[in-house]
Design a protein. Sequence first.
Length: 363
Amino acid sequence: MRNRRVLVIWLTILGVVLVAGLVLAGCGESSDTTSTTAGATATTAATPAEQVLIRMTTPVPAGDEFLDWAQEGLDRFEARTNGAYKVQIFPGGQLGPFPESFDAIRTGGIEAGLIPLAAFSGSVPEFGLVELPFLFNNAEANAYAMAGVQPLWDELSQAQGNQRTLGCMAVGTTNFFSAKKPLKTLDDIKGVIIGVDAPPVVGLVQALGGSGVVVDFTEDYSNLQKGVIDAKTNAPQYIQEAKLYEVAKYYTVFHGVGSLYAFTVNLDVFNKMPKDAQDALAEELSATAKDISDAYIKKFEELEPILTDQGVEYYYLPEAEREQWKALAYPGTLDALEKAGEVGASIKQITDEANAKFPYTAQ
């Protein structure tokens, strides 16, 4: 009996041990399953971490409608890659000083840009050709020409800037915005200090008898307020966004200088992308640039009554007067295009076609 009781006790203990082992094994399996599930969840949740972020620098200030228009195209690109890529705009020079942005994109310090290429004509002289005096009759001609300009700038960007230019957009024409008096005649311009955004525009001001000086457009407000400059070449949208109407009043519209922005992407970054992502980026940026060009034409018209209410006085230069101004400045434009060789000849052909389609009118 005693031996039987001992045997029963040992069998009971053994059973408990076996059950405990099974429970522990079950817990181990449950733990492993949880770990695997967590791993799968982590993999799914890690998609954003694996997402390639392309930082896009721009001097355009936060809140500018321009950036909303640009973002629409960038969102379409992200959707087409199923979230594998995201382009994030950093406005107002958040990633560094605007004058250094082209070189930063070239070296890969910044992946992409939404920038006015003419401002970097010191690095690539041909970029300045699109902002030569009286190259375009008006904003419509400027916008129409962008489809022809983009492949030229893309080739130059790759060769001299280690980046792709995937979309060129006309952001209106720049005209004279003055603080002290309206600039309606050549006599009005004599001796006036006029700030410009790019070196080629200095020639326009000088030809008309003024004193042209290249300035950082992000300092337009303080420069006009302090009298560092008497006037500035500006588009209406920037006058509105930067509240320049608080420090200047007279806007002379003569479409003297076209204004161009471009989407650029570091070449090494672009080349690392799969072909379908490259195609998606190129297509969306090109389409977005076209949309932005059209939007700026519409915005020019919409802003006139708004700026007028804010005290801005518009003056549309009569066609005869504009021809006098053009006669003084356009020979320099032709000379610069000729010196630029094949690129200059291409620009001349593109702009001649655009101007034939959209003649100047004083409105």
